[in-house]
Design a protein around this ligand. Structure first.
Ligand code: LMR
Length: 396
């Protein structure tokens, strides 16, 4: 029966993890997947998470099924975080939020929901984008196209190209936008440019689907989420996928969500019913543990303050590593100006290295980034940075 099954290509990001795990080089460094490690190279277990879990263990609970849309206290905490607790969309009841299996799950629920609603729409994705965006929307049955984003010469965003593509898009096109910390490039557009994007989405009758997987890793929770307010102020209906994988260091708990901003509470009720149908036919209902941890932290003032502090520390450490990388590359003999690394934001640096150079980094030095030249700056630390700088210098 399976004789005709072909070997699928390696996942461009998670496949790097497999190759890294198999490497016996004692100096190996994994800058492939977007995961934050502390200065000792350890995956952090946040203190706010530990406290919330200890409190949960004091009153152990039996595990019934959650509702299809997830844990109510979690969904409401997500809504408040994304839109603002006192914001009109939340108080009027026109936001639908469903717990998702990670940010990817949020995207997938949204993609399946949109496919039923607008089966002939195209999906427009930035060039480049998170590798799984195109795969996920294609798997949901959509034809995908891209809009320009990265400008290699300028080391920044080709904003004119992006805007022109959005303006030329067919009405009804679904546009996947990175709310903050663009993955993989690390270059975000400015607030003024966002205003133009919002206007183009509005004028062109496009559907915005925002991916906000890195809220808090750019400039701060509020700052990184500010683009949501721009879409709300424009009176648009849109979708947002969010994730706590990175911001709570809860990767393996798969805690994410999909939020859909509708026109009215009544419309939200109908949208929720369709979102529940998508969830029911995919995995029935989500898991309890991670969502309870996140809800308890976000809804308990002391724990929330602690989370914001811990998130700030992660963000600041990444920024410090960016500066050290620039200095370290110079010290290692790299002649070209690498200061663009400190203009990038979030977990990643689009290094400008080509595929051959990335392969050499892996095979000769055990330094793993993606073939596209993306490196996870959040995995650099004071112990591995010199080694990484020397390795990069050797292949440039
Ligand atoms: C990444 O881009 O590395 C992360 O979002 C992890 C993933 O699932 O690809």
């Amino acid at each position: 029966m399976f004789t005709a099954v072909e070997m699928a290509p390696r996942d461009p990001i998670l496949g790097i993890n497999d190759a890294f795990a198999a490497d016996t080089n004692p100096s190996k460094v994994n800058l492939g997947v977007g995961v934050y490690y502390d200065d000792n190279g350890k995956l952090p277990l946040l203190k706010c998470v530990q406290t919330a879990e200890a409190q949960m263990m004091e009153t152990p609970k039996a595990r019934a099924y959650l509702p299809m849309e997830g844990f109510a206290a979690y969904d409401s905490a997500v809504k408040s975080l994304v839109f603002g607790a006192d914001s009109e969309p939340v108080t009027s009841g026109r936001v639908v939020t469903a717990q998702g299996i990670g940010g990817t799950g949020g995207l997938k629920i949204g993609a399946d929901f949109l496919k039923k609603l607008t089966p002939n729409a195209k999906v427009m994705i930035s060039d480049p984008s998170w590798d799984n965006h195109r795969a996920l929307f294609a798997a949901a049955g959509f034809a995908t196209e891209s809009h320009p984003y990265y400008d290699a010469e300028k080391r920044g965003v080709n904003f004119d190209g992006m805007l022109a593509s959005l303006k030329a898009a067919t009405p009804g096109t679904i546009v996947v936008l990175h709310a903050c910390c663009h993955n993989p490039t690390g270059y975000d557009i400015t607030p003024a440019q966002w205003d133009q994007v919002v206007q183009a989405v509005k004028d062109g009758g496009l559907t915005a689907f925002l991916d906000m997987a890195y809220q808090g890793f750019g400039h701060g929770i509020k700052e990184d989420g500010s683009v949501i307010g721009k879409f709300v102020a424009a009176g648009l209906n849109f979708l947002v996928a969010t994730s706590f994988s990175k911001s709570f260091s809860l990767y393996g708990e798969r805690v994410g969500a999909l939020s859909v901003l509708c026109s009215s509470k009544e419309e939200a009720g109908r949208v929720l019913s369709q979102v529940k149908l998508v969830i029911r036919t995919n995995y029935s209902n989500p898991q309890i543990h991670g969502a309870t941890v996140v809800a308890n932290v976000l809804n308990t003032p002391e724990l929330r303050a602690q989370w914001e502090q811990e998130l700030t520390e992660m963000r600041e450490r990444i920024k410090a590593m960016r500066a050290k990388l620039v200095d370290g590359l110079k010290a290692a003999g790299v002649k070209q100006d690498m200061s663009f690394i400190t203009n990038q934001i979030g977990m990643f640096s689009y290094s400008g290295l080509n595929k051959d150079q990335m392969i050499r980094l892996r095979s000769e030095f055990g330094v793993y980034g993606t073939d596209s030249g993306r490196m996870c700056v959040a995995a650099l630390n004071s112990k591995n940075i010199d080694y990484v700088c020397k390795a990069i210098a050797a292949v440039i």
